[in-house]
Design a protein around this ligand. Structure first.
Ligand SMILES: NC(=O)c1ccc[n+]([C@@H]2O[C@H](COP(=O)([O-])OP(=O)(O)OC[C@H]3O[C@@H](n4cnc5c(N)ncnc54)[C@H](O)[C@@H]3O)[C@@H](O)[C@H]2O)c1
Length: 246
């Protein structure tokens, strides 16, 4: 899979799955526009991209603020002349059972995970429409498909993002733009490292492949969907979950 000369705009790219995706796509020759609220981490990562052929443009941006999204997208297009790949990866959790969940915890998660992806998709697809080409990949989750106690806000945001993925795929297909989702299971990142050891062991037992996933497992699925080799795939949810939900 060769991404030489292509431009990838990746949200939440400072750490975890987003950073690994940026590195994986850069390895294949893509120019990377890495956006995140965490400016320090984004800039610290710069040297890790130096050995690849493409360029690395870190931009501080909050996915929930439309003006910031529009400005970052415009800056990326100004620098590279186009955006070929959008990865809507920025996401957070604020877990608790429904009866204890505050309105603020609901709103924050829906705003970042769902509205943020909508704003980025809207801003980037405007340019992709002119190019009549592009691919968009949204990070959803196994819990958006099967539910999970304590994650009403998070699972609703990810189920909503699956709906947005399918609608955008139908709206944009005739213009040469594909839209897909990647649904990771439990992946070993900061998000899951917060779990107590006993809960991790219980989780591993539930997974047919008997291990948590790693960021590389998810980045490789995103790389495939971003590649020319996946150009006839749209509106799909690709599960990367070790078989825990089939
Ligand atoms: N880790 C898992 O097990 C897992 C499982 C399923 C799905 N996912 C999804 O994959 C994606 C990445 O997860 P991760 O584990 O790498 O998370 P992470 O917490 O390690 O990284 C998320 C990144 O998003 C950034 N971010 C948060 N709010 C933002 C905002 N408003 N604007 C811009 N950037 C913002 C953070 O600064 C951070 O760098 C998320 O959408 C998550 O829901 C993760």
């Amino acid at each position: 899979m060769d991404l030489s000369g292509r431009v990838a705009f990746i949200t939440g790219a400072a750490q975890g799955i987003g950073k690994e995706t940026a590195l994986t796509l850069a390895q294949k020759g893509a120019n990377i526009v890495a956006v995140d609220v965490n400016e320090d981490l984004l800039c610290k990562n710069t040297h890790e991209f130096e050995s690849f052929g493409g360029e690395y443009l870190p931009l501080t941006m909050n996915v929930t603020i439309e003006q910031e999204v529009k400005e970052s997208v415009a800056e990326a297009v100004h620098k590279f002349g186009k955006i070929d790949i959008l990865v809507n990866n920025a996401g957070i959790t604020r877990d608790s059972l429904i009866l204890r969940m505050s309105e603020a915890a609901w709103d924050t998660v829906l705003s970042i995970n769902l509205k943020g992806a909508f704003l980025c998709l809207k801003a980037v697809s405007r340019y992709m429409l002119k190019q009549r080409k592009g691919t968009i990949i949204n990070l959803v989750s196994v819990v958006g498909l099967m539910g999970n106690p304590g994650q009403a806000n998070y699972s609703a945001s990810k189920a909503g993002l699956i709906g947005l993925t399918k609608t955008a795929a139908r709206e944009l297909a005739a213009k040469g733009i594909t839209v897909n989702a990647v649904a990771p299971g439990y992946i070993d990142t900061e998000m899951t490292r917060a779990l107590p050891e006993a809960s991790r062991a219980k989780l591993e037992d539930l997974i047919p492949l008997k291990r948590l996933g790693n960021v590389r497992d998810v980045a490789c699925a995103i790389l495939f969907l971003a590649s020319e080799e996946a150009s006839y795939i749209t509106g799909q949810v690709l599960n990367v979950n070790g078989g825990m939900y089939m």
